[in-house]
Design a protein around this ligand. Structure first.
Ligand code: G3P
Length: 225
């Protein structure tokens, strides 16, 4: 049920270049690059695109969100059962743009595990990463919010946040895979993140806004060597 690491996790967010039909196309590019380079890539798509994308590619597809909602009388909510049935292999939880209280994060991790889904939980600080590590997610991504969508990568601007998070999380539970993200654009950003102890990176705009996504992904994958 696990994932190969090091891993490149590409969050499609709600970028127009990564929505609906374009989400399928971008995911196919990701799959091709993963195969050609023999590397691990996960795509995190809008929940409405889970079914169509997971039908088209063999690489793992994650949902961007699930709710702590019971089956039945929960109109408008998205359950872990629904995303699993739509082809998700995992779920992104507590992204900086989709914050979730700690007690709900705990419930969602457990629900995902019960459903056979991997959990990837985001943290904004190393202190928050430590608290989340106690909840035993499969993956934990440290992302300083002020660097998200920018041009300077976390591994350049705040290397100490990565190494500190890796250290704190490993102390709590060495089975939690620590990723990092925000501003990642190049293979150097990726390799630096790995040198600092991360098991991969979580990124979005570096790919979704790239002029040539295929070239960009191939370059980013070099950083996983
Ligand atoms: O989920 C990934 C993310 O928040 C980082 O975004 O655009 O800085 O790669 P970006």
């Amino acid at each position: 049920m696990g994932l190969d690491t090091p891993v490149l996790v590409i969050n499609f967010k709600t970028y127009e270049t990564a929505t609906a039909k374009k989400a399928e196309e971008l995911a196919k590019i990701c799959e091709k690059a993963a195969k050609q380079n023999n590397k691990s890539i996960v795509v995190v798509v809008q929940n409405t695109d889970l079914y169509r994308v997971s039908k088209k590619v063999g690489i793992p597809v994650f949902a961007q969100h699930v709710d702590d909602a019971k089956l039945g009388k929960s109109t408008g909510k998205t359950t872990s059962l629904a995303v699993k049935e739509d082809g998700a292999r995992g779920v992104l939880i507590n992204h900086s743009e989709d914050r979730t209280p700690l007690k709900t994060i705990r419930v969602l991790i457990d629900k995902c595990r019960a459903e056979g889904l991997l959990s990837l939980v985001c943290a904004r600080t190393s202190g928050e990463a430590k608290k989340i590590a106690y909840l035993k997610p499969d993956f934990l991504a440290i992302e300083p919010p002020e660097l998200i969508g920018g041009d300077v990568s976390v591994s350049t601007a705040k290397p100490e946040v990565i190494s500190k998070s890796v250290k704190l999380v490993n102390k709590v539970n060495s089975e939690v895979n620590v990723l990092c993200g925000a501003g990642v654009k190049t293979s150097e950003d990726v390799s630096k993140a790995l040198e600092l102890g991360a098991k991969g990176v979580l990124l979005a705009s570096g790919v979704t806004k790239a002029v040539n996504p295929e070239e960009t992904i191939n370059d980013l994958l070099k950083g996983l060597n």
